[in-house]
Design a protein around this ligand. Structure first.
Ligand SMILES: Nc1nc2c(ncn2[C@@H]2O[C@H](COP(=O)(O)OP(=O)(O)OP(=O)(O)O)[C@@H](O)[C@H]2O)c(=O)[nH]1
Ligand SMILES: [Mg+2]
Length: 434
């Protein structure tokens, strides 16, 4: 007799997507593209997209975001497609979210919540998990009236509820307490990360940044040949930074440290950017950023602007940037040529690459080598051989290319590469001694 198979997996959510940009904004030009991206986000979160609805708004309705006519249309669509969840591309106020849920009798989430959900799903390390939880709590704090049932598990115990407090106030207090705890723990992790970064200071450091799915991890994988780099055709495949040594040529002294980071996206919730600040510290301290752009994506220009904005938010906009147009294997030769010519004016010095085509990363490798030579030129230091402390400092914070003894004076002559800050420190020390 065949055994009965019981499917224990939860039923898949059926999502209706709503895109309702403002008429006077630029969003209305790309409604379809934005909805398509929202669909990919929904898919990444495990939902099945069963319908979409769009409207152009003069201004959002303060109670329900979309107008009452559209709301009726949405109700019908939900019934017809048997949707279980409604996802708005635009940010909803706590009141709008609550009113919509009441009117539709379905769960309603906005883009920010969906992104937070995906991050929660994909977080692997303890640090990423804490960062996501922190962002979720910060996001939910002003929305607690809606979420309170979810917090049931935090409650209970003598002394938790203060005299005369309402439930909501208690919840706020508990959430506030948890937020403080997470921040403390994350600060500790950030400290050890900083120690690690300081140790790497002597090496030339490059960080990959860019829109999600642009091919950052593929480039790290291609350049480092590291087998443990995770690449996937999904949004937010990478959450934790990963650093690998990459050799740009043959022989010693051609290694750089290349760091892969979490991808950015349109309307990335500020709470997430804030809580991922520590892991993204690499982007501020790198010698050069490689801003990876998916040249085959129809909206790469908008994506580039989004990435620039997040870099500003992170305070990393002063780090030198090289734009890398990736996935050119997907474009025909004429298209690539036209793009090159346009970029000569717009973003001179851009690199064109393919992480998957043979030899597709050669130009990038050469470019990184040139950046390294240009930004960390070799300088000559002269030290007394008895100055052990200074010698140790040089070896710790600079890359020593050559070390010989001056026969006449007995001094040590060191040819080193170091970042500008370290060189300035050496200079100051030499001036003090003179
Ligand atoms: N054809 C082509 N596909 C590429 C290229 N680079 C990356 N891909 C594909 O694009 C998808 C995303 O690549 P990833 O390297 O994971 O992108 P990512 O920027 O790290 O993405 P996140 O970690 O999600 O931010 C994968 O399916 C890759 O195989 C390329 O140069 N050409
Ligand atoms: Mg990645």
């Amino acid at each position: 007799m065949p055994r009965e198979i019981i499917d224990l997996s939860p039923p898949q959510e059926r999502a209706v997507l709503v895109g309702a940009p403002l008429k006077r904004g630029t969003g209305k030009l790309l409604v379809q593209e934005h909805l398509e991206e929202l669909g990919r986000l929904a898919d990444t979160a495990g939902a099945l997209v069963v319908g979409t609805l769009t409207q152009q708004l003069e201004r959002p309705d303060s109670a329900t975001y979309i107008g009452s006519g559209k709301l009726e249309e949405l109700k019908e669509l939900i019934a017809e497609r048997q949707a279980t969840v409604v996802i708005f591309d635009d940010e909803l106020t706590p009141a709008q979210g609550k009113n919509l849920e009441q009117a539709l009798t379905k769960r309603v989430i906005d883009r920010a919540e969906l992104i937070l959900d995906i991050f929660a799903l994909r977080a692997r390390t303890a640090e990423a998990k804490m960062q996501v939880e922190l962002a979720q709590l910060e996001y939910s704090l002003p929305r607690l009236t809606r979420l309170w049932t979810h917090l049931e598990k935090f409650r209970g115990g003598i002394g938790v509820r203060g005299p005369g407090e309402t439930q909501l106030e208690t919840d706020r207090r508990l959430v506030g307490h948890r937020i403080r705890l997470l921040k403390e723990r994350l600060a500790e992790v950030a400290k050890s990360r900083e120690v690690q970064r300081k140790q790497r200071r002597s090496q030339f450091r490059v960080a990959l940044v860019g829109y999600t799915n642009a091919g950052k991890s593929s480039i790290l994988k291609g350049l480092s040949q590291a087998p443990d780099v995770f690449v996937e055709d999904r949004l937010f495949a990478t959450l934790d930074p990963l650093t690998r040594e990459v050799s740009l040529g043959t022989g010693r002294g051609t290694e750089v440290l290349l760091t892969d980071t979490v991808g950015f996206i349109r309307k990335l919730p500020h709470d997430l950017v804030a809580s991922f600040r520590a892991t993204l510290e690499e982007t501020r301290e790198a010698d050069v950023l490689l801003h990876v752009i998916d040249a085959s994506h129809p909206t790469w220009e908008e994506q580039r602007i989004v990435v620039d904005e997040v870099l500003v938010e992170l305070g990393a906009h002063e780090t030198p940037v090289v734009h890398v147009f990736n996935k050119i294997d997907r474009l025909d030769a004429a298209h690539v040529q036209a793009l090159r010519e346009r970029m000569d004016n717009l973003l001179p010095g851009s690199v064109f690459a393919s992480a998957v085509a043979p030899g597709g990363l050669d130009t990038l490798r050469e470019r990184m080598q040139r950046e390294r030579q240009g930004r960390r030129p070799i300088v000559r230091l002269r030290l007394s051989p008895t100055d052990g402390r200074r010698l140790a400092d040089v070896h710790r914070s600079a890359e020593v290319v050559r070390q010989v003894m001056d026969e006449e004076t007995g001094d040590l002559i060191l040819d080193v590469r170091a970042d500008a800050g370290t060189l300035a420190r050496f200079d100051a020390a030499a001036a003090r001694d003179a």
